[in-house]
Design a protein around this ligand. Structure first.
Ligand SMILES: *Cc1c(COP(=O)(O)O)cnc(C)c1O
Length: 365
């Protein structure tokens, strides 16, 4: 028997995401209403699709390993220089690089228990230890608890998704500032802003980049590029130089670079997606309210609906799948009593609404 490195052998088998494709195979369905992964049901910009189509014949070339055209466009969007932007194959990619570079084997990381699962996956994968603090019962990340834990544990890295996944809640920028200012001197904050596009700029952290924080963004959500795998980090040149040493030089898909550049220019399209997403969220909140259920305030493209108990939420999720509607739910207390449903197109939302009403009628409270 050929054995892997002991550190890899010691890892528990882990699948942070079970895709709808597998669920379709397992349930024998050829289609699911896809509302489980916070993808964009509104697709990418038609201009981006056209730009990628035009360039497809040149797919035999590698992309620019520096992603410079895209970095220049992002630098002008964020009013920084291109040296402050690292283009990567999605946040999941750069999250792995950050964990590898700043936590590593024997290192220590801190996050909210049950937050975006890829973070824990990378910490464990690189041989680090993850400590957690519970969410507050109102669905917000507990900044006080996080500060207290960081001061006690002196971690290498703290992870905060803001807006958060799976809760959808947004901490005010002042709270993020407070967290940063209270962290021990050696602690880096990974501020995952996957959903920043759904939040107005004045509610996001305003302070200039410094070495205490790396911020991550993605084209997977509002821009509708999840399958293209492209995102970026906003970071100081010092951190850029570090990650430059460990990143895959040809890890970013050439077509994704081209599409993302065109997508950035089509601001009207993204604005439309954001407006439709907000309307969809409001529809879900109204649906939940009409059924006597509470929701968490969401600043993302999904809504968490309170099913009362973790058991009931799990049953609701399973029953929805039986009816061809795929959603997910948080696994850890206190958020495990919620189901999390992505905003789809109007027909997808209608399908969810019908199935959800039917399921609630058969799943006892
Ligand atoms: C969707 C999501 C990601 C993944 O982003 P990719 O760029 O597709 O890798 C990362 N973080 C959070 C909080 C997310 O919800």
């Amino acid at each position: 028997m050929i054995r892997p490195h002991p550190a890899v052998e010691a890892l528990p088998p882990a699948t942070p995401f079970i895709g709808p494709e597998r669920l379709m195979r397992e349930t024998g369905r050829s289609e699911l209403v896809r509302l489980g992964a916070n993808e964009s049901a509104f697709g990418p910009s038609p201009f981006a699709i056209a730009a990628m189509e035009r360039e497809l014949p040149r797919l035999s070339w590698y992309g620019d390993p520096d992603s410079l055209d895209l970095r220049d466009a992002l630098a002008s969007k964020h009013a920084c220089d291109a040296g402050s932007i690292l283009v990567v194959a999605g946040i999941d990619d750069v999250m792995g690089l950050i964990v590898r570079a700043y936590v590593g084997a024997g290192g220590l990381a801190l996050a909210a228990r049950g937050t975006y699962p890829t973070f824990a996956y990378h910490v464990h994968g690189y041989g680090g230890t993850l400590e957690t603090v519970d969410y507050r019962d109102d669905g917000f990340v507990d900044v006080d608890a996080m500060i207290a834990a960081a001061r006690r544990l002196d971690p290498h890295l703290v992870y905060l998704a803001n807006p958060d996944n799976p809760s959808g809640t947004l901490l005010p920028a002042s709270e993020v500032e407070r967290l940063i200012d209270a962290l021990p001197a050696r602690t880096l904050l990974l501020l995952d802003e996957a959903y920043a596009d759904f939040v107005s700029d004045d509610r996001l952290l305003a302070r200039p980049l410094d070495d205490r924080v790396i911020r991550t963004r993605t084209f997977s959500k509002a821009y509708g590029f999840a399958g293209a795998r492209i995102g970026y980090a906003l970071l100081t040149r010092a951190h850029h130089d570090v990650l430059q040493k460990v990143r895959l030089q040809y890890g970013v898909n050439r077509n994704a670079q081209i599409g993302a550049l065109a997508a950035l220019a089509d601001t009207a399209f993204v604005t439309g997606v954001i407006a439709q997403t907000q309307a969809g969220r409001e529809e879900y909140v109204a649906l939940a309210t009409s059924l006597g259920l509470r929701t968490l305030p969401s600043h993302t493209n999904f809504v968490c609906i309170d099913c009362g108990t973790g058991e009931r939420a799990t049953r609701v999720m399973h029953e929805l799948l039986q009816r061809g509607v795929w959603i997910r739910k948080p696994g850890a207390r206190p958020l495990d009593r919620f189901v999390r449903v992505s905003v789809g197109t109007a027909p997808m939302r209608a399908a969810f609404t019908d199935a959800f009403r039917a399921v609630l009628a058969v799943v006892p409270a």
